[in-house]
Design a protein around this ligand. Structure first.
Ligand SMILES: Nc1ncnc2c1ncn2[C@@H]1O[C@H](COP(=O)(O)OP(=O)(O)OP(=O)(O)O)[C@@H](O)[C@H]1O
Ligand SMILES: [Mg+2]
Length: 421
């Protein structure tokens, strides 16, 4: 493959909440497989349906299918759904060639489960993002399988597309569509010097799109899925800041019948994890709504879910925001100073009201995702025009000044601070 420049920024390993897994996993050697992707999808689907059945017929060559079987994944993945076979299988050699042997200038970022590289895949003539999972640990394999199965069943404009995967020996790699603007985290918190601050309209557009992705998982997928890992670094941005949810390795099939929750080991990311789920291990759709509320608060305030560089009382975003929610007069103190007063007062009130409802301590008081989508679609349709609508800071501070967020010092001004769509 020819040499090309990879863009994107790296992200540090996130603090994932995990508990020990008592299972063990022995990987098998992979041999070449000549079945079509749809044949493989059928095998996977059958395994998902009958993974407790020891007589299930599975080719020893199909490493992914073996993973499903060994991990006893019936709680994590659909027992009814049919994998649609869109995901292709790639050899390790193909993926190594696509990334110039995982060259450092193709490196896009790193999460809790491995490194992500940009690559060009000749076979599909597409620029892609390739996640190479760390090879030490069962949890990574479990994530890999759940991700492949969930994304093979899903199809929505606000969910990242899984192009394919590689399960060869102990190598596990995932191939996604490449999202040129990186993650929301890169734009809100890890902004590079000189990069543009995302404006109010774009923030509402991202919130509404992310909510629609979550609505698809909760309301449209059969069976419905709880995402469990909603956070800014998992919202990837395409052209025009079109948002897509990514990373479905922690996804769980939602409760069925009369059940209100599924009992699981507590997993997720500090600051985004609903307190009820963290305390009881009882996972509900409302756990995702809480995480969504945290993301919405981050979009409005520009603050991180957890920020250890802040004074103690401000380190946890929700704990900081809760007392302020009670007093409308304090709402203007909550908005991201990087917006420099370029926001609609009504839009701010309404978006904070939605965020406040989502992060309520009592899960049954949080709204369902469909109501969140309706509210945010409306808010996103109300475009703020800085030319005709007042700057909320115009009476309070000069128009050009130095701003500071954490260690990240940037020069901003009314002329270049916000980006318009
Ligand atoms: N499809 C993609 N297109 C472009 N960049 C991507 C893509 N997927 C991931 N990235 C980049 O790689 C970074 C690391 O992603 P990854 O999902 O491994 O970790 P994370 O989301 O930061 O943490 P976690 O492992 O807890 O989910 C992302 O923040 C993003 O910048
Ligand atoms: Mg991620």
């Amino acid at each position: 493959m020819g040499c090309f420049r990879c863009t994107g920024s790296s992200s540090k390993k996130s603090e994932n909440i995990e508990q020990n897994n008592p299972n063990t996993f022995n990987s098998k050697t992979h041999k070449p497989d000549d079945r079509t992707p749809s044949d493989k999808a059928k095998v996977i689907s059958n395994l998902v349906k009958r993974d407790s059945d020891v007589k299930v017929v599975v080719s020893k060559n199909d490493q992914l299918a073996l993973d499903v079987k060994k991990l006893n994944l019936k709680d994590e993945v659909s027992e009814e759904g049919e994998a649609n076979g869109r995901a292709k299988t790639f050899t390790f050699e193909e993926l190594a060639a696509a990334t110039g042997n995982f060259r450092s200038d193709c490196f896009l970022g790193e999460g809790g489960f491995g490194k992500v590289y940009k690559g060009y895949l000749q076979k599909v003539n597409e620029v892609v993002a390739i996640k190479q999972l760390d090879r030490n640990g069962l949890q990574g394999i479990r994530e890999f399988v759940v991700e492949v199965l969930t994304l093979s069943l899903a199809d929505h404009p606000n969910l990242v597309k899984l192009i394919g995967f590689c399960a060869e020996g102990d190598q596990r790699l995932l191939v996604y569509e490449y999202m040129p603007l990186g993650s929301l985290e890169n734009h809100l918190h890890d902004l590079r010097p000189g990069a543009k601050v995302i404006d109010w309209n774009t923030r509402m557009k991202i919130a509404a799109g992310a909510a629609r992705g979550l609505e698809y998982l909760h309301e449209k997928m059969k069976p419905p899925v709880i995402y469990r890992d909603l956070k800014c670094s998992n919202i990837l941005l395409g052209e025009g800041y079109h948002p897509k949810l990514s990373d479905f390795g922690l996804a769980k099939v939602g409760p069925s019948g009369d059940k209100t929750h599924v009992s699981t080991r507590v997993m997720g990311t500090y600051g985004y994890c609903a307190p009820d789920y963290a305390m009881t291990g009882q996972l509900t759709f409302k756990s995702d709504i809480y995480s969504f509320g945290v993301v919405l608060l981050e979009l409005i305030t520009g603050r991180k879910a957890i920020d250890h560089s802040k004074p103690h009382s401000e380190q946890n975003l929700v704990a900081w925001a809760r007392p302020l929610f009670r007093d409308r007069k304090k709402f203007s103190q909550m908005v991201d100073p990087m917006l420099q007063g370029h926001y609609p007062v009504r839009g701010l009130y309404q978006s904070l009201a939605i965020a406040a409802m989502c992060v309520q301590e009592q899960p049954n008081m949080r709204p369902v995702i469909t109501d969140v989508v309706t509210a945010l679609n409306y808010l996103a349709s109300q475009k703020y025009d800085p030319q005709t609508q007042p700057n909320q800071n115009s009476q309070k501070r000069p128009s050009s000044h130095k701003m500071e967020r954490g260690d990240d010092k940037r020069e901003t001004s009314d002329n270049d601070g916000s980006e318009r769509e």
